[in-house]
Ligand binder design. Structure first.
Ligand code: ARG
Length: 392
């Protein structure tokens, strides 16, 4: 009997996948990754068994997710198409890696996932799995099965006595982890229509956030956020705490028309308060401690890092090379940033670092000024020399 390790979320699609694969002669191992979406429920575990899984594996991957996936993206300042902070995209190579490991441990020849044929996640899972073990067969039931609607899947579950919570279903397709939430489908598919209030998952709509803002202080050591408001916290706890604070103040909700890997445009809504605050704080610290050339070059790497992440090209040589370069730059990204959170806006209001390149005696317009004003004259003469007489 062939064994398959299925990435199982506990939702309708992957519950149907379990039964569907078992009916096709597979011994199904359901793999549940905890990436901070909320602990896998007993119900979901029981459902996998009822649906026909011979084994359910639950793995807490939050720490690894934060350290090895979220942190490099933060240090890279990776933002896709200027807006998306990549929460969903970052979780996929991690889950793929653990699917492959679970497949090896279970002596399985195949892995499976519940992604549809037009999303990015199928690309990310499969490219990552193949990078790590090209011999594994990959099965994507949703691309080939007979069901054409949710209702047909529900009917299938009823026929097979698989208990599902139809009532709790949200009108949106939601993917959640500790770094953020992706919300799509339903009325959001009309790109002209403002996302209704019920599409907010945990961030307060800015107009309902308290009119009294809140100041937070984040401290970094070599590019790693280590303290929040003076308190040392492990990365996962720091992100959780910042998510709670930021959500209260309406921080980190964005939407965009996004270019998917498979060629289509889609309307996407995201919530990522902790990510927004940490990106802003980290970027400001880099502005403080990097010289101009390093800063500008480093800033040019973020979009490329985001593309690689978005496209699922995580386990690739270019990504590894960028990690080495970015890692090197983080040696001096140590210091503290103060930010004011107020009704959806996140403003840096203070920063300091032992490696700060800011010199008040050179920057000041007061009598304490030590900048050599006369040296500017010769500098400008040579700087502008190539363009003398240029009419363009
Ligand atoms: N468009 C986003 C991405 O490609 C989010 C995908 C969300 N997945 C979901 N099942 N809702 O990263």
């Amino acid at each position: 009997m062939k064994t398959i390790v299925l990435a199982y979320s506990g939702g309708l699609d992957t519950s149907v996948c379990v039964r569907w694969l078992a009916d096709r002669g597979y011994r199904v191992v359901a793999f549940m990754a905890d990436v901070g979406q909320g602990e896998p429920s007993r119900k979901a575990i029981a459902r996998a068994k009822i649906a026909g899984a011979s084994q359910v594996i639950v793995k807490d991957l939050r720490k690894e997710f934060a350290q090895e996936y979220v942190l490099p993206a933060l240090q890279a300042q990776a933002v896709y198409e200027g807006t998306y902070l990549l929460a969903t995209a970052l979780s996929r190579p991690l889950i793929a890696k653990h699917l492959v490991e679970a497949a090896h441990a279970a002596n399985a020849g195949a892995v499976g996932h519940g992604c549809t044929g037009k999303g990015n996640d199928q690309v990310r899972f499969e490219v990552s799995v193949r990078a790590l073990d090209p011999r594994l067969e990959i099965v994507a039931p949703l691309r080939v099965w007979e069901f054409r609607s949710r209702e047909e899947e529900i009917a299938y579950c009823a026929r097979h006595r698989i208990p599902i919570d139809v009532t709790r279903k949200s009108p949106y397709s939601i993917d959640r982890n500790l770094w953020g939430i992706s919300v799509e489908a339903g009325v959001l598919e009309d790109p002209w229509r403002e996302p209704p209030l019920d599409s907010f998952q945990f961030v307060s709509p800015p107009e309902r956030a308290p009119s009294k803002g809140e100041v937070v202080t984040v401290e970094f050591v070599t590019g790693v956020p280590v303290k929040l408001n003076g308190k040392r916290l492990p990365l996962v706890a720091l992100i959780d705490a910042l998510n709670r604070i930021g959500a209260r103040h309406g921080i980190g909700r964005t939407e965009l028309i996004e270019s998917r890997v498979v060629g289509i445009k889609s309307r996407e809504v995201y919530e990522a308060p902790a990510a927004r605050i940490l990106y802003d704080a980290h970027a400001e610290l880099e502005r403080l401690v990097f010289d101009r050339e390093l800063l500008h070059f480093k800033q040019s790497l973020g979009p490329k890092y985001a593309e690689l992440t978005y496209y699922g090209l995580w386990f690739t040589p270019l990504k590894a090379a960028l990690d080495a370069c970015i890692g090197f730059t983080q040696q001096r990204v140590t210091g503290a940033v103060r930010l004011k959170l107020l009704k959806g806006s996140c403003q840096v209001i203070g920063r300091r670092s032992p490696y700060s390149l800011y010199r008040e005696r050179l920057a000041t317009y007061s009598a304490k000024d030590q900048f050599d004003h006369r040296a500017a004259e010769g500098f400008i003469k040579l700087f502008g020399l190539p363009y003398e007489g240029s009419t363009h």
